[in-house]
Write a protein that binds this ligand. Structure first.
Ligand SMILES: NC(=O)c1ccc[n+]([C@@H]2O[C@H](COP(=O)([O-])OP(=O)(O)OC[C@H]3O[C@@H](n4cnc5c(N)ncnc54)[C@H](OP(=O)(O)O)[C@@H]3O)[C@@H](O)[C@H]2O)c1
Length: 280
């Protein structure tokens, strides 16, 4: 049965699903390509409509995997891709987007992100994003891996306040953004996209996650994702194993109680001072 996935409204008024599938490390080996297409296709058939990819992943191959998995379903999907900082000049961003559109076999990207900050001025990348948006090649744009001070700088750039999201590393073991970056984004009504929401599976053996999961007959992965959803952020777990994909979707039906949240806070404390943004 297909899951029903709620949406959040971006500042520009566009609805974005709160749950999607990630594609990092896909497209790196021809041997497993068919399995990766099948994994993304499986997620779509289970009701997932948000797909996160990037020109960096598999050197563009992840985008071709997404295209193959999407097939005729493009119009009901929300596709996020990212420009590499080394391409993020005024002209380079436009060219990179054109290449991504070709690989994705689509005429528009729903949300296009600067993957991380590089040496090109933010003003140039933003100007290119705005041009792409005016041309209908992207519906909206955002950033990734920008820390609190970078976001403040972005807001001082012409049209910088049109940013729709910041995609950052966020999970129970990486709560640093709660001190200043998350409050900044909330003030601007801009949802965060939490990447590596399962800490690439490293956190799943934690005994507190297991204990909370046991109270609900759930799994550690479901608790980790349900906690993030409770923070009002968008999650994009990656799963190539279909059983993982199905299990993760169960997080949408898991309602954590105040007691669960207190248990999780005690095991994974919130930050008490500013911390530099973690990246993977
Ligand atoms: N903007 C950025 O700089 C950035 C950085 C990192 C990631 N991302 C995006 O965020 C997405 C998610 O992050 P991620 O891929 O780094 O890590 P993740 O989603 O936290 O974890 C993915 C790993 O966990 C495993 N897994 C998934 N569900 C599981 C379950 N229920 N039980 C056990 N293992 C499970 C997957 O295994 P199988 O594949 O074998 O199922 C995979 O190895 C990426 O794919 C990418 O789209 C963005």
């Amino acid at each position: 049965m297909a899951a029903t996935i709620p949406a959040l409204r971006l500042p520009a008024g566009i609805d974005m699903p709160v749950y999607g599938i990630g594609t990092w490390r896909m497209g790196e080996s021809a041997r497993v390509r068919a399995a990766e297409v099948a994994a993304v296709r499986h997620a779509i058939e289970r009701g997932v409509t948000l797909i996160d990819t990037a020109e960096m992943y598999g050197d563009g191959e992840a985008e071709t995997i997404v295209a193959d998995a999407v097939g005729a379903d493009r119009d009901r999907l929300f596709i996020v891709s990212k420009v590499l900082p080394s391409n993020a000049s005024r002209r380079g961003t436009i060219a990179a987007c054109e290449r991504s559109l070709k690989r994705l076999k689509t005429d528009r990207i729903d949300l296009y992100l600067l993957h991380w900050r590089g040496s090109y001025p933010l003003a140039d990348t933003v100007a290119a994003f705005e041009e792409l948006r005016a041309a209908g090649k992207i519906r909206a744009w955002g950033v990734s891996n920008l820390d609190h001070d970078d976001m403040q700088e972005l807001w001082r750039v012409p049209h910088g306040g049109n940013c729709q999201t910041n995609q950052v590393l966020y999970n129970l073991t990486r709560r640093g953004i709660e001190f200043d970056l998350l409050p900044f984004c909330r003030r601007h009504k801009m949802p965060i996209m939490a990447y590596s929401p399962l800490e690439q599976a490293r956190m799943l053996r934690h005994k507190t996650l297991a204990a909370v999961a046991q109270r609900h007959g759930a799994t550690a992965a479901q608790v980790a994702l349900a906690w993030l959803l409770k923070q009002g952020v968008i999650v994009i777990p990656k799963a190539t194993v279909t059983a993982h994909a199905d299990e993760n979707l169960g997080a949408l039906d898991l309602s954590l109680t105040a007691a669960d949240l207190a248990t999780l806070d005690a095991a994974f404390p919130a930050p008490t001072e500013a911390e530099p943004l973690d990246m993977l």
